[in-house]
Each structure stands twice: as C-alpha cells, then as structure tokens.
Design a protein around this ligand. Sequence first.
Ligand code: PEP
Ligand code: MN
Length: 274
Amino acid sequence: MKRLDNTRVKKTDARKHTLVHLKNAVFGEGHFTVIAGPCAVENLEQALAAAKAVEKAGAKVFRASLFKPRTSPYTFQGIGPEGIEIFKLIKKETRLLIETEILSPSHLRLLAEHVDLLRIGSRNMDNYDLLKEAGKSGKPVILKRNMSATLEEFLLAAEYLLLEGNEQVILCERGIRTFETYTRNTLDILVVPAVKELSHLPIIVDPSHSTGMSRFVSSASKAALAAGADGLIIEVHPHPEKALSDGHQSLNLHEFQTLMDELRDLARILKKKM
Ligand code: PEP
Ligand code: MN
C-alpha cells in the first residue's frame, strides 16, 4: 500500500489508536458503541418511538436520515429540513447523540449545528468536495466505504478529512458488491482487522446495509464485534413492515433489545466496554 506512505490515516508507533470521544459515546480501542435508529425520519411519532427504544436498549447514538440517497428517484427521498424540529425534540426527550447523512455541502451547512455526527454515505465516499467541507466543519464524521472501493481507496478518502484538520473520523464497513446476490451486499468482515493493522482510526460495521435482510443482522453484528470492530450502526424501526425505506433490513424494537443483550454478553468476554 505504497500510496498510504506518509499519510495521516496511517498507523504509526506514535499514533496507534485514535479515540473519537463524544459525551457518553466513545469510538475506538477497548470500546464497543452502538448507533441505532431508522433508515430515515418519517414522522415525529416513528422517530421518537425508535429513539426511546434504542436508548433503553443501550444505544448511545441515534441514526436517522432526513435526506435519502435512493437508487430510484421515484422512491421516498427523505422528509428534508422539517426533520430538524424532530431532532430537537429527540434531544430534549433522550440523552442520545444524533447522527445523520449529508449529501452535499448545503446539507452540511443546514444540519451541522443540529447534529453531533455527520455521515458521508457509500455513494459519496469519493465526493472530494464534500469530504473537504466535512473536514473543515470540525464535526465528527462517519465515512462509509463505497460499495466498490478497495481498502486503500477507502483510507485515502478518509485522508481528505484528516488533511483538513479533522481527526474525528470513524470508518464504516457497509458491505461491498461481489458476484453474490443472495444478500444485498457482501460484508467484508476482514476489512476490520485490516484497518486495525493499517490505520489508527476507529472502524464500525453496518450490519443492515451489508446484509439487506433483518434475519442476518444479528449474525453480522456478532461477527463484527468478534472481528474487533469498535461499534455498529444498525437500522431499527418501530414497524419495519411499514417503513418508507429499508424496512426489510430493519430490526423491530424487540429484536434490537434482544441483540443488544447478546452483544453485551459477548463484549464482556472480549473485554470491550459497551
Ligand atoms: C444509510 O446508512 O442510510 C445508507 C444510505 O447507507 P449506505 O450509504 O451505506 O448505502
Ligand atoms: Mn437505509
């Protein structure tokens, strides 16, 4: 990986592990932190029910998109700026941090003051203008791997954020495209130890988009913890069968609680704080 020489993402003797520390959520060595919530904010009732339940189950961060990058322009595109008021209410009613996706620099300007973490999704991993803006924002950023990016390309995309002086970067493996079509994507589980070998940045796993099937989310989550991931980002919906996006891969509130209980047992064995 010659192109990683002299980069800021590269692990060095002086810089083995970066901890991204946000109030009561820590991403990095020794910790296992779960981000959970619906694919998208649909309305206040849905978002608040999901937020309260994921907090009760032990999630530290609420995920939900207001702007959706959908494959088809005819499907639900997100509720947009009106979701900001819903985020404010969730902040009042829970202790959760808020994480959401930005698709453009204008979303960044609109949302930065209302959320705790920004997410740059798979489709924008190599949107270099967006990476530079997010780097300048000084906000913690979750950078998802593009579905066709090599590990080296993924780390070099993160380099754009670090180069602007933003060190609060969390990498996210969300599955890659392979010849296999049974699952939505193929979870590249070994990218977790590979990132640990090459970089000081924390890495989390998205078991929802990597599998595309709610019944495989538990296995993928446990595999991620066992492989050394620093956390998860999981889609959870109060009524997955009615979800406006990604319902088939979303856990219901009870399934999420069960998974969190099982993960806590496993984290204890692996000596990870959860
Ligand atoms: C998401 O997390 O909401 C999402 C759209 O995922 P990805 O960018 O990995 O497809
Ligand atoms: Mn989704």
